[in-house]
Design a protein around this ligand. Structure first.
Ligand code: NAP
Length: 489
């Protein structure tokens, strides 16, 4: 095992429970692999249900104390944590690139993006206001206060190993909740590194617990069935999200679900291609196509169809794929070889149904996890790329004739996370924005995400919102205090 960061204080291979770095009870570990090189970069504690239960007990022991702190005290510690992450973002970015594959500039950007949620909720945490509601009787007063929901179980994916965790920890801790989290087995190192800095920033033992392990069903079952856990927040696939919601039903836990997407990007004839092309490149190929808000289906109107494809092609062919640590590399590998094979089979299905390769179209010589940046034209709705999340650097282009037809096509999916469209027509801008059944709509813009906006989906893309002032609600209970008998003298 030879990696650039093995002397880093952020490089941890044990779980983090009750402020202690701990091995699995069994002593077993699992391998974490660099998808760009195939090299094993870490052997991390392989924990299961028993360690999860202990982490929940540790959380329970400090829940009341953490919740009772003045919001300002909690938030000051979050501010310190935010600053520490920013100060160390380069080192954290390197860890991420090596375990996840994204180019170093993107990885550093993700660290800063995740940290921005910590800063945001450090501010919002001081503004958890209640209400006084006029009572229907003169002898009563109705007060509404907000209280933390309690112990939160968090499960996060590998595609944004730092930001998806930060986005959950920040509002939870600011609200006064404590957390037991399970990072994805492919990418536990970025999560563990965040815990190192949380500890240094003064977040007390037991407030953040990280359970690492390969047996996600065992860890997940404990989190979802243990009555001490009051809420599950999950980012990942719709399949696993549904399973977790079923499991949560037994103890009626609150849930927040950030699930899969199938984002349409619509380019109307009247679009300005000078902004639509960069928008398409960013929305489709960021993180090599492995984001939940990647444009999955690109609909281009008849009049500009050929020009759009030609211009997109010439930009895509400038990409440089390879090891994300290397200078000049714009696109890294997919997370696993299985992921690359999955993308290949979707492209194959499209080609068998009459699509044509404009560029790319195959796995790459860079290594088993790589797939060439690809454009396929003449895609149609019967193809898998219309129905399923591609999660790879493949842009399928669908031709359409009119607005009504394309809105119907765009909404023809069980998903409803993000949608984008490009037009210079003001009336159309409002019409289409309101007609799209998506939690987030980008108009002439695909860089929609930041800590100030409510990120989340409709339909089978989930429920709840992360970020913005709405994001705190997911971690708060609304309690009525009704004071009566006030007419007595
Ligand atoms: P995934 O397979 O659902 O895994 C996500 C997390 O769930 C991982 O930590 C995984 O652990 C865990 N998990 C898997 N099976 C489980 C079970 N039975 N019980 C409890 N936990 C379980 O998703 P993924 O492939 O890692 O992530 C990609 C998906 O996430 C895509 O669908 C993407 O759209 C979605 N996503 C959504 C958002 C959003 O905000 N809406 C953001 C990013 C990603 P292991 O890694 O150990 O299997």
């Amino acid at each position: 095992m030879s990696v650039i960061f093995e002397n880093s204080r952020f490089f941890r291979q044990q779980g983090y429970i009750n402020g202690q770095w701990v091995d699995a009870d069994s002593g077993n570990t699992f391998d974490v692999t660099n998808p760009a090189t195939g090299e094993v970069i870490a052997r991390v504690a392989d924990m299961g249900a028993a360690e999860t239960a202990r982490a929940i007990d540790a959380a329970e022991a400090v829940q009341a104390e953490w919740a009772a702190l003045p919001a300002r005290t909690r938030c000051n510690r979050l501010e310190r944590w935010y600053q520490a992450i920013l100060d160390n973002r380069k080192e954290l970015g390197q860890i991420m690139t090596v375990e996840q594959g994204k180019p170093i500039a993107e990885a550093i950007g993700e660290v800063a993006y995740g940290a921005s949620y910590i800063k945001w909720f450090a501010e919002e945490g001081k503004r958890v206001y209640g209400d006084i509601i006029p009572a229907p009787m003169t002898d009563k007063r109705n007060l509404v206060i907000k209280q933390p929901v309690g112990i939160v179980g968090a499960i996060t994916p590998w595609n944004f190993p730092s930001a998806m965790l930060a986005r959950k920890l920040a509002p939870a801790l600011a609200a006064g909740c404590v957390v037991v989290a399970k990072p994805a087995a492919e990418t536990p190192l970025s999560a563990l590194a965040l815990a190192v800095l949380a500890e240094e920033a003064g977040i007390p033992a037991g407030v953040i617990n990280l359970v690492t392990g390969m047996d996600a069903p065992a860890i997940g079952s404990e989190l979802t069935s243990n009555p001490k856990v009051r809420k599950i927040t999950f980012t990942g696939s719709t399949r696993v999200g549904k399973l977790l919601m079923e499991q949560c039903a037994g103890t009626i836990k609150r849930t927040s679900m950030e699930l899969g997407g199938n984002a349409p990007m619509i380019v109307f004839d009247d679009a300005d291609l000078d902004i639509a092309i960069p928008g398409a490149l960013a929305a489709k190929y960021r993180n090599s196509g492995q984001t939940c808000i990647c444009s999955n289906r690109i609909f281009v109107q008849d009049g500009i169809y050929d020009e759009f494809i030609e211009r997109l092609k010439s930009e895509v062919e400038k990409f440089s794929i390879g090891n994300g640590l290397e200078e000049g590399v714009t696109h890294g590998p997919l997370i696993t070889e299985a992921a690359a094979l999955g993308v290949e089979s979707k492209v194959q299905d499209a080609l068998e149904q009459g699509a044509r390769v404009v560029t790319g179209g195959a796995r790459s010589e860079n290594g088993p996890c790589f797939f060439q940046p690809t454009i396929i034209a003449d895609a149609v709705p019967s193809m898998r790329v219309f129905r399923e999340e591609i999660f790879g650097p493949v842009a399928p282009i669908f031709r359409f004739g009119n607005e009504e037809e394309v809105v119907e096509l765009a909404n023809n999916t069980e998903f409803g996370l993000a949608a984008y469209f490009y037009t210079e027509n003001m009336n159309r801008m409002w019409r289409v924005s309101e007609a799209l059944e998506y939690g987030m709509v980008g108009v002439n813009e695909t860089a929609i995400s930041s800590e100030v906006i409510p990120f989340g989906g409709m339909k089978e893309s989930g429920q709840g919102r992360e970020g913005s002032r709405y994001g705190m609600d997911d971690y708060l209970e609304t309690k009525l205090i009704c004071v009566g008998g006030l007419d007595r003298k």
